[in-house]
Design a protein around this ligand. Sequence first.
Ligand SMILES: CC(C)(COP(=O)(O)OP(=O)(O)OC[C@H]1O[C@@H](n2cnc3c(N)ncnc32)[C@H](O)[C@@H]1OP(=O)(O)O)[C@@H](O)C(=O)NCCC(=O)NCCS
Length: 152
Amino acid sequence: MSDRPVKRVCDSYTIQVQLINQSHLNGYQRLFGGQLMAWMDEVAGITARRHAGTNVTTACVEKLDFRAPAHANDTLVLTGHVVQVGRTSMTVLVHAYVEALDGARRLINEAHFVMVALDENERPTEVPDILIDTDKKRRQQEIAEALRSATR
Ligand SMILES: CC(C)(COP(=O)(O)OP(=O)(O)OC[C@H]1O[C@@H](n2cnc3c(N)ncnc32)[C@H](O)[C@@H]1OP(=O)(O)O)[C@@H](O)C(=O)NCCC(=O)NCCS
């Protein structure tokens, strides 16, 4: 039995909201994908550092899917939660939604970010375990593990 501390998914769950303006658009007047990826990476980083309690770095991004466009004046909601942990790495699932004025959310992007916890010497360091206590979380953990083993 491991003596690592265990944290809940809700302990590091992160939400970030952005208002899309003209400076975020590409030549086709849609949200520039690189801008969206930067925001998603930031959310993944904040989620992972909340879980690890250390600085973190992005090791890899898996299965980043652009599902729908976003436009100027859209409210963009980004969420991040830890779905899987290794010894020093964590997979953070990030979702990006456009939120309508009535509050309804439309998924426009999702991706798995593999984040690694770093110690004061910038070397990988052990992270707390994650409590997986629902079928949905178990499925998300299995998907993250399958992605990891397909790419490593
Ligand atoms: C990520 C990094 C810290 C890993 O360092 P390393 O010396 O290879 O460390 P290790 O081999 O001990 O791997 C540490 C963990 O990261 C995981 N990992 C490392 N590279 C990975 C990759 N490309 N994809 C997925 N996981 C990776 C390992 O599986 C291991 O996980 P575990 O401890 O949970 O089993 C190092 O490669 C690095 O600093 N890369 C640059 C990161 C960066 O600058 N990101 C910002 C992009 S601009």
